[in-house]
Design a protein around this ligand. Sequence first.
Ligand SMILES: Nc1nc2c(ncn2[C@@H]2O[C@H](COP(=O)(O)OP(=O)(O)OP(=O)(O)O)[C@@H](O)[C@H]2O)c(=O)[nH]1
Ligand SMILES: [Mg+2]
Length: 333
Amino acid sequence: MNFKKIPRIMTSQELIDMAFSRSIKETKKKLSYLKSNRVNNARKIEQKKIEIASKESRQYLDTILKKTPSFTSLPDFYYELISLTIDIDRTRKALGALKWASERIGSLEGYYRGKIKASQTKEEFKKRRREFFGRLASVLRQIDGELGYLQVMKGKLKNLPIFKEEFTVVIAGAPNAGKSSLLRAITGASPRVESYPFTTQKLLLGYMLNGIREYQIVDTPGLLDRDIEEMNPVERQAILALDNLADIIIFVYDPGETCGFPKSTQLDILENIQKNFNSKVLVMLNKADLLEKDEINEIVKFFHDKIYICSVKDNYGVDKIKEYIITEAKRII
Ligand SMILES: Nc1nc2c(ncn2[C@@H]2O[C@H](COP(=O)(O)OP(=O)(O)OP(=O)(O)O)[C@@H](O)[C@H]2O)c(=O)[nH]1
Ligand SMILES: [Mg+2]
């Protein structure tokens, strides 16, 4: 699954310019020994221009088709992740259009070479070749929108994380609770952290090291308290990770509510996670620096001591989270 191999996607105008300029240059290079004042040579030269313009544009389109991995052969998890990232049907349609263009150029090439063969004068050869160039450009212009779409698709796929078969921790919680801050604190990753919700829009990956062992940590977009059917593709990525990747889950809880979501909503999200996924859930009270001691004690009581008190901002309690991950990894694997 290597999306980096997809070549840079040109616009139709860039592709037209490339095909025409190579056609002229290559023909000159290859047939420089021919004198164009002879009718037969002039015919060969114009045919060569057609052949090269066709070859260059078709080769380019065929490379995109060949280097774009077939989505159906992907493992289920990646197929789902990709379908939440790009519109797979739309991408298939765009690839279909490229295939059509390549075939159309091939048949136009055959048609115009035949026309030139049957022509008698240099003027006619030139006219036919120009007609071919015009029709080639028109076919490529027709797929300009599709090329544009594939360019966007490539940009999105290039950034998809590739997960390893390692012990994996998935960090979940309400938007703005401090999930990405935690990822940053325990791994070498540097995700964007902002004081507003919905900063993280896709799955982010980091690795926590302990000697020679590494643990895979996945940061997810914030969850709201709602049914899967109502979730948008960004939230669904979090669900997908919780369902498919998590050996354990860390739920980041912000009882000070600076995240903008009340405690009750956050506890409902937690309950849904505990209900719907099999993995063990560690609850992490974050932003303890903003709470009074009494408030913290009350929360600890509410959770029957089963909660980790942290302030990622002050790096307080983060080591305990790391220890927990290491112990669980030993226990599970
Ligand atoms: N006071 C305080 N602020 C914190 C702490 N941890 C995170 N924050 C702040 O909370 C805000 C949100 O942090 P993020 O790490 O981006 O939160 P997130 O859960 O990844 O947010 P989304 O990606 O939007 O879901 C940022 O302004 C952080 O600086 C903490 O322990 N104490
Ligand atoms: Mg985030």
